[in-house]
Design a protein around this ligand. Structure first.
Ligand SMILES: Nc1ncnc2c1ncn2[C@@H]1O[C@H](COP(=O)(O)OP(=O)(O)OP(=O)(O)O)[C@@H](O)[C@H]1O
Ligand SMILES: [Mg+2]
Length: 261
């Protein structure tokens, strides 16, 4: 059985191909201003890596903010929410996860799962860049550091500067002021990562954080963010292989479920 998952995120589009429950192809591209064209292209790229043709795919499920675009509904057979797809995707790699944090480019979510991997509840921030990958990109830029060096800096810090503002614009000027006062760059970088972790804690209030704790989305690849979440939440954070593809994987798995009798 061959299925595809398409996750059209606000920043990147991910396509993943499953053949008999094995991941056989993946592709990622910037979403840009034409999400539907990018969805088509990314799917074609993933099929190429899997050495398969579009006609061999039995079902395609789309997720992500761009899933409802009319041109995407032509490509995909069905749409599911990001919550449903991330929950399904994490259960494939880490079935013990009961709390999942997804931090993407433009939103962040905390999802509580039961023993069967079904969604119990969730909380989400999609109103502003605070608490998302965009926050880190913008504050790194404000400090004149490429993102990878900013992450490196945060990883070398022995302590963290306190950043009190959650707002990206205010946090950036707070960081620059701290630098002017002589505070070490690495402690500021760590403090900015901790600010996101604090935001996640606030989001999780009311949901509760039960181990195992999983981390998906592109920011799951940021080792400093993993460390800050562990420090602030006091729980080990598990990152699946290819965390940025968890939503696309879940979509492809939900397509499999639909095909099963
Ligand atoms: N190796 C990496 N290290 C640190 N951050 C990374 C890395 N790779 C990607 N990111 C960050 O991940 C974010 C994109 O993640 P993702 O592709 O999950 O977002 P998205 O699904 O498009 O967005 P959303 O779910 O918010 O609509 C960007 O902010 C980017 O900076
Ligand atoms: Mg996403």
């Amino acid at each position: 059985m061959i299925t595809a998952g398409l996750d059209i995120g606000s920043r990147t589009t991910k396509a993943l191909i499953l053949r008999d429950s094995q991941i056989v192809g993946m592709a990622l591209a910037k979403t840009g201003w034409l999400p539907s064209a990018m969805a088509r292209e990314t799917l074609a790229d993933a099929l190429m890596t899997a050495n398969l043709d579009r006609v061999q795919v039995q079902r395609i499920v789309a997720t992500g903010y761009g899933r409802i675009h009319s041109a995407v509904t032509e490509i995909a057979d069905e749409q599911f929410t990001e919550i449903a797809c991330h929950a399904r995707g994490i259960a494939f790699h880490l079935p013990g996860v009961r709390t999942l944090i997804d931090i993407g480019g433009q939103d962040s979510k905390v999802i509580r799962l039961d023993e069967g991997g079904l969604v119990l509840d969730f909380a989400m921030n999609d109103r502003c860049a605070a608490g998302t990958g965009k926050f880190l990109e913008m504050t790194a830029q404000g400090l004149d550091l490429p993102l990878d060096m900013f992450i490196e800096q945060a990883l070398t810090a022995k302590s963290a500067a306190r950043i009190s503002s959650m707002c990206t614009v205010f946090a950036e000027s707070e960081a620059i002021s701290l630098l002017a006062e002589g505070r070490e760059m690495n402690e500021i970088a760590r403090g900015l990562h901790n600010a996101i972790a604090a935001r996640v804690v606030r989001m999780a209030e009311g949901l509760g954080v039960e181990a195992d704790l999983g981390f998906s989305g592109g920011v799951g690849q940021n080792a400093a963010m993993v460390r800050s979440l562990e420090e602030v939440l006091g729980v080990k954070v598990l990152v699946p292989p290819q965390p940025q593809f968890v939503g696309a994987l879940g979509a492809a798995l939900l397509a499999v479920r639909r095909l099963q009798p």
